[in-house]
Design a protein around this ligand. Structure first.
Ligand code: AMP
Length: 306
């Protein structure tokens, strides 16, 4: 089954303590859709400007994506620039230029409206709601968000939360949204705002998954010796998770499905941070994903005490 992905498509400038690269392919929808495409067909919804390099569009095509929902608008592509500290969990946004994103009105091609799985990548919750308004009856809706929207669009975000099955956010955002120090309390409070499931990402420390009736899963992150660019890790996690669900679930999505999906999302994210932008995704093979899933399973498993 297919996943509809909406979000930002960007040209990023990324600085780490060791390297700086400009005009990289980035944006939440780019990472989400490429990651999802490892498991399932993708319908992409987004906007780029006339300056967007055609080779990036060719790359999306090479991943088998449907691009009928990709608008090329007069003006410049959305740009974001960020800098990582030595602790790569810490990032500062250096600049942002909305450009064509400012006027973005995501209009879904008619045959997208029946897509069973929806991944609302990180964009304003007004746009995320607008996409959902056009969907017929999606089977499972996933939304990602960020601190910016919690700070400036809380009411719109709350309206969205009542309409999604799974909310994905990082630990600082979960604390900001709930004003709770405990992530376990925060997860439950967010569930009470609407989503049946909540995934709280903890960067290099993995993620927490909350389900119904107290279901809970703590998933580690795959231990990597070298992280070169954490940009898009969260989006790749969400895309891998969504794509895996769409490829493997035919009936109702259960907690057991989601446990496997967060592990697949984590595996994809662990590859993505090995190189800048989406470079690692370009050479990633399905067998690499399977092998890492298996070693991740062995690293994380522990025995029952007799
Ligand atoms: P992540 O590292 O998963 O938080 O995602 C980073 C990506 O999000 C970058 O490629 C940016 O282009 C994109 N991004 C940053 N800020 C925003 C924003 N306000 N709205 C949409 N996308 C953004």
């Amino acid at each position: 089954m297919s996943v509809l992905v909406v979000g930002s498509i960007a040209l990023d400038t990324v600085k780490t303590p060791f390297e700086e690269h400009a005009d990289l392919l980035g944006g939440s929808a780019s990472y989400c859709s490429v990651a999802a495409s490892f498991f399932s067909p993708v319908n992409l919804v987004g906007v780029v400007g006339e300056d967007f390099p055609p080779q990036h569009i060719d790359y999306f095509k090479s991943r088998g994506m449907d691009l009928a929902g990709l608008q090329i608008a007069p003006g410049k592509t959305f740009r974001w620039s960020g800098e990582y500290m030595l602790d790569m969990n810490v990032r500062e946004t250096r600049s942002i230029a909305l450009n064509v994103f400012e006027q973005f009105n995501p209009v879904l091609p008619k045959d997208y409206t029946a897509t069973p799985f929806v991944l609302l990548g990180n964009i304003g919750p007004n746009l995320q709601n607008h996409v959902l308004d056009q969907m017929q009856k999606p089977r499972f809706v996933i939304a990602d968000t960020m601190d910016l929207w919690i700070n400036i669009a809380l009411e719109e975000l709350k309206r969205l939360l009542a309409r999604v099955d799974l909310l994905i956010l990082n630990e600082s955002e979960a604390r900001l949204l709930t004003q709770q120090a405990s992530l376990v309390k925060a997860g439950k409070l967010i569930q009470a705002m609407g989503p049946r499931f909540v995934a709280i990402k903890k960067g290099e420390h993995g993620c927490l998954l909350f389900g119904e009736n107290g279901d809970f899963f703590s998933c580690a992150a795959y231990p990597l010796e070298e992280v070169n660019d954490p940009t898009g890790a969260g989006d790749t996690f969400a895309g891998g998770l969504a794509g895996y669900l769409a490829s493997s679930v035919t009936g109702e999505v259960t907690f057991a499905h989601l446990r496997k999906a967060v592990v697949h999302g984590s595996v994809l994210a662990s590859f993505n941070v090995e190189k800048f932008s989406l470079e690692r995704m370009r050479t990633l093979a399905q067998t690499d994903v399977q092998q890492r899933y298996e070693s991740f399973r062995l690293f994380s498993h522990f025995e029952v005490i007799e």
